[in-house]
Write a protein that binds this ligand. Structure first.
Ligand code: EPU
Length: 412
């Protein structure tokens, strides 16, 4: 298994360029299933989850060209897809809605993904049923059929990001209007809707929800993926703890309001412009009480990284994860490095320590990996992060970007 070896205490200095957002690229790649024409996507991050999605589309019969841009043409779908592609990534569920809408049938396996607790897809399936799909399960496969999906009024039991995306794509080719009363408002969802509109979809965001007027056919389009706000936030925390002076460029600070707000409250020194953030390192932070929420709230995908910063804050902090209450395994690993973190159901309490010590820790999911690497950057001595493949699922060239800033990291 791949591991990263990090020598602590190196000062980060310089500029880092943010990649395209993984969580926007994934549904946008899946949107290629909605049309027989070519989709051209710019700024698609080269991360493992994107590769998995591209392989999935290829096995479904797509023509896929990956160069500077990604070009996909899905004239028809065919073939059985390998089970491991579904198991590798939860976002594989995103191929169901568009397939069903365009071809009248779709099949997926129970999707896998990060080990961050129970992550069902029942909201996706119930909403598709409401749109007229017949769904059955056979030997672990979910098979969906519908001669023609019809528009429906959908209220998810709770807000769901990929659920909103899946239904938005399916509804774009359904008969009549769909209203999602409580859509997710994440920038990645909005970005997908912009792509779908370019493809000819009838989508409008109104006060009462997300309206989608189905059309008979969608056309090809060209689109640039938005910058990855979580990658930018991750470098913000790394810079705050291990800078120096770090400029995070090519990002969209407007998508990071909650994270920047929390960083400001903690006393992180930063300034930002239209597409950049500049952060200065320090160690004198104030404690925070963070609760993760749907956008525009504080993102669950940033709590692990922020927790490292809070280890050094002057006082007691709390982090409550309302989205994924079991997403605290990084807390146990950080404890091995000397952090004072107590973990309770749905919540962690973090008390100040003067230092973290390098040791061997285990990456358990994507964002946990990032937090352990950040901890390694500021720990005394050498940190070995095992199972680093999790990190490759969602961060493009993470180690190289850190090395360019002055970090000393080896992979083996
Ligand atoms: N939920 C259900 N049933 C469903 C769907 C969701 O109970 O059918 C629950 C979940 O268990 C969770 C809540 O609803 O408690 C919200 O989950 P959501 O569906 O919004 O999560 P997701 O769409 O599976 C996306 C991101 C995640 C990110 C979450 C929350 C993608 C591909 N994934 O997941 O990203 O944490 O939204 O913002 O967009 C990551 O990048 O590291 C990552 C895990």
């Amino acid at each position: 298994m791949k591991r990263a070896i990090i020598e602590g205490g190196r000062l980060l200095q310089g500029e880092v360029r943010i990649s395209g957002a993984k969580n926007a690229a994934l549904p946008e790649l899946a949107a290629s299933l909605l049309t027989a024409h070519e989709l051209v996507l710019h700024r698609v991050p080269r991360v493992k989850d994107v590769e998995t999605m591209l392989e999935l589309l290829l096995e479904l019969g797509g023509e896929v060209h990956v160069g500077e841009d990604v070009r996909i043409k899905m004239e028809r779908v065919q073939g059985e897809t390998r089970e491991e592609l579904f198991r590798a990534m939860r976002a594989s569920v995103l191929v169901l809605g568009p397939q069903l809408a365009r071809f009248g049938r779709g099949e997926i396996l129970w999707p896998g993904g990060c080990s961050i607790g129970e992550r069902p897809i029942d909201f996706h399936l119930r909403a598709l049923e409401k749109m007229g799909a017949e769904i059955r399960e056979e030997n672990g496969r979910i098979k969906a059929r519908a001669r023609k999906l019809k528009g429906a009024k959908i209220r998810f039991p709770r807000i769901t990001v990929t659920g909103t995306e899946n239904i938005m794509m399916a509804a774009s080719l359904a008969r009549g209007e769909t209203l999602i009363e409580n859509p997710a408002l994440e920038p990645e969802v909005k970005d997908l809707s912009r792509l779908l509109v370019k493809m000819g979809a009838g989508i409008s965001w109104e006060r009462d929800g997300l309206h989608i007027e189905g059309v008979d056919e969608l056309k090809g389009a060209e689109h640039t993926v938005i910058p990855d706000r979580i990658e930018a936030g991750t470098f913000l925390v790394a810079g705050a703890l291990a800078g120096g002076d770090v400029k995070i460029s090519g990002c969209n600070p407007a998508h990071l309001k909650a994270v920047l707000g929390a960083a400001g409250e903690a006393g992180v020194e930063f300034e930002s412009g239209e597409d950049w953030i500049r952060v200065k390192g320090g160690r004198d932070f104030l404690p925070l009480h963070i609760e993760t929420r749907e956008y525009p709230g504080f993102p669950t995908d940033m709590q692990a990284q922020m927790m490292v910063l809070l280890c050094f804050a002057r006082g007691t902090s709390t982090v409550r994860d309302n989205i994924f209450p079991h997403r605290f395994r990084h807390g146990e690993e950080l404890r091995k490095m000397g952090a004072n973190i107590e973990i309770y159901p749905g919540k962690a309490i973090i008390k100040r320590v003067r230092k973290l010590r390098g040791t061997k820790v285990l990456a358990t999911d994507l964002r946990a990996s990032a937090s352990l690497v950040i901890a390694g950057l500021v720990a005394q001595g050498r940190t070995v992060v095992e199972d680093i493949f999790h990190l490759k699922r969602g961060y493009e060239d993470f180690f190289q970007k850190l090395r360019n800033l002055g970090a000393e990291i080896k992979e083996e």
